[in-house]
Design a protein around this ligand. Structure first.
Ligand code: FES
Length: 140
């Protein structure tokens, strides 16, 4: 397994920020591991073979999250919570990234990598620590 550093996450995220996205689909091939980790099979989620591919899943300790293919490298993935950092509304895909929808949300926008593009939120979507192999991504 390969642990992603903060720098690798940010660099990979910056690269994917400019990419066209595919609509997120519900992840399959999800396995709960000891220690509260979650494994997502790459074979079961073919959309993650392509840079810009996105799946969504719900993890008990994080709520709804996105897993995104950020590059073709073996560790080229990013995962982050889909709760808006402003007041917690779940963001939805919009214009190649994410938007916090009304009426409860206030229109904050985020890049595909979770970066903040438009307030009133003042921080990015919360990134999650992952490790990746050629077969699966594990979310800590
Ligand atoms: S809850 Fe998302 S912008 Fe306010």
């Amino acid at each position: 397994m390969i642990a992603l550093s903060r720098r690798q996450f940010i660099c990979g995220g910056a690269a994917v920020a400019a990419l066209a996205t595919t609509p997120a689909i519900a992840a399959s091939g999800i396995k709960n591991l000891p220690g509260g980790k979650t494994e997502v099979s790459l074979a079961a989620n073919k959309v993650l073979a392509d840079v810009g591919g996105v799946v969504e899943l719900t993890i008990k300790k994080y709520g709804k999250i996105a897993l995104v293919r950020t590059s073709k490298t073996s560790n080229g993935f990013a995962a982050y919570k889909l709760a808006c950092p402003h007041e917690g509304v779940t963001v939805v895909q919009s214009n190649g990234g994410w938007k916090c929808p009304g009426p409860r949300g206030h229109g904050a926008e985020f890049g595909l990598n979770g970066s903040l593009k438009l307030g009133p939120a003042n921080s990015p979507l919360k990134p999650l620590k992952i490790t990746a192999t050629s077969k699966a991504v594990t979310i800590a």
